[in-house]
Design a protein around this ligand. Structure first.
Ligand SMILES: [Mg+2]
Length: 127
């Protein structure tokens, strides 16, 4: 309970429970089922999943390559948002797959990391 109170103080949000208590579990199960039904589990080892996250992140960068960094201009490209969604989904699918293989609680590790970042980068010291 203390963690929930501290979290509200630092972020303004209350996030209770781990992945089993939220919609992330639905995504974890969807991805796990997709992988199992294709017999891809033997290929989904931590090293190859980490490589795949990096490869898909590079594909996300490719969408931005040689284009303006101004968001209004980026949004004028008709293919921009569909491609970002495609590659961002790929990154997230491999991140969730890695969490599945290592049995990591995504909600818990994200909350803990945000909490560490709160201490590392206090609001009062931001620009
Ligand atoms: Mg891709």
């Amino acid at each position: 309970m203390k963690e929930v109170i501290d979290e509200k103080k630092s972020t303004g949000f209350i996030v209770m429970g781990g992945d089993s208590d939220n919609k992330i579990m639905n995504l974890r199960n969807l991805i796990r089922d997709f992988t199992r039904r294709r017999n891809w589990e033997p290929y989904h080892n931590p090293k190859d999943l980490a490589l795949s996250i990096s490869i898909e992140a590079a594909e996300l960068l490719e969408v931005m390559q040689w284009r303006e960094h101004n968001i209004e201009k980026l949004l004028t490209y008709p293919d921009f948002l569909p491609r970002v969604q495609e590659e961002l989904a790929d990154v997230m699918i491999y991140c969730i797959s890695l969490a599945n293989v290592l049995d990591l609680d995504i909600s818990d590790m994200v909350r803990k990391k945000v909490s560490r970042n709160e201490e590392k980068y206090p609001v009062g010291k931001s620009l």
